[in-house]
Ligand binder design. Structure first.
Ligand SMILES: [Ca+2]
Length: 255
């Protein structure tokens, strides 16, 4: 009776533990971490981009260069960093000729991410700010293949806007911008932040508990085999005729 019950417990634990894994994999069990992994001082970097504003000599304008997207500097109210107005492209985006940039993270490692935050505010007029965009990821190369995880619209309001999506592996993140709010000259963006996914601690605790229980059941099962006490006698004829010499339900002393 006990043996049969043990089998049920073991199988039940396996099923429920697998169920926990499946549950943990669902998006609502995850929360975004607190560290912006795109930030340059956290190891983020821009690996490629479509364009940046050039001066009359064809040189990048420091205040508008691409690195300003991940420098952590932003315009708040009337406070404008003297060396960082945001990033500005050198031409206006369109669906057929979008402006874009690609980010990588510290040590070029693949990260599990689920949140991007965009600050639209630049020193430009708001009709040059980003409007329609697509967030795409690649887990292989900077040439893709790219998978879109979110398409969205950034409001032309001076607020940092958050875009969440199911956790996805990301080695390179590409932001593709297809429109601004009305300018035919360029598009600009103040800052981009990217956040990793972390499992909620409650969920992790539950999973650990389930796995610990499963481990105990598997040990019991192993012991039943080791001491020739089949959990399902009908499938083990040898044990039906001869009781095991070391029959015991207890754990061995050296456990
Ligand atoms: Ca910035």
């Amino acid at each position: 009776m006990f043996r049969g019950l043990t089998v049920v417990i073991a199988v039940g634990s396996i099923v429920s533990a697998l169920g926990m894994v499946a549950t943990v994999s669902s998006a609502d069990q995850f929360t975004a971490g607190a560290t912006n992994i795109a930030l340059a001082t956290n190891g983020g970097r821009v690996v490629a981009f479509s364009s940046q504003e050039l001066d009359a000599n064809g040189q990048p304008v420091d205040q508008w260069q691409i690195g300003n997207l991940i420098d952590g500097k932003r315009i708040v109210g009337s406070a404008i960093p003297a060396d960082s107005y945001g990033w500005s492209s050198n031409s206006a985006p369109s669906p057929t000729e979008p402006e874009w940039f690609i980010l990588a993270f510290k040590d070029d490692r693949t990260r599990l991410i689920s949140r991007v935050r965009l600050d639209p505010v630049t020193e430009d007029a708001s009709w040059r700010w980003v409007k329609n965009f697509s967030i795409q990821v690649s887990s292989t190369t900077t040439d893709g293949p790219w998978v879109e995880v979110k398409s969205g619209l950034l409001l032309d309001k001076p607020i940092v806007q958050t875009f969440d999506f199911p956790p996805v592996e990301c080695r390179y993140l590409k932001l593709v911008i297809t429109s601004n709010w009305g300018s035919d000259r360029s598009v600009s963006l103040g800052e981009i932040e990217v956040y990793e996914t972390i499992a909620g601690s409650d969920t992790l605790d539950q999973l650990i508990l389930q796995l610990e229980n499963l481990l105990q059941d598997l040990k019991r099962y192993r012991d039943s085999v080791r001491y020739n006490q089949p959990l399902r006698p009908e499938l083990a004829p040898a044990a039906v005729t001869e009781p095991a010499a070391m029959a015991t339900e207890d754990k061995p002393a050296n456990e």
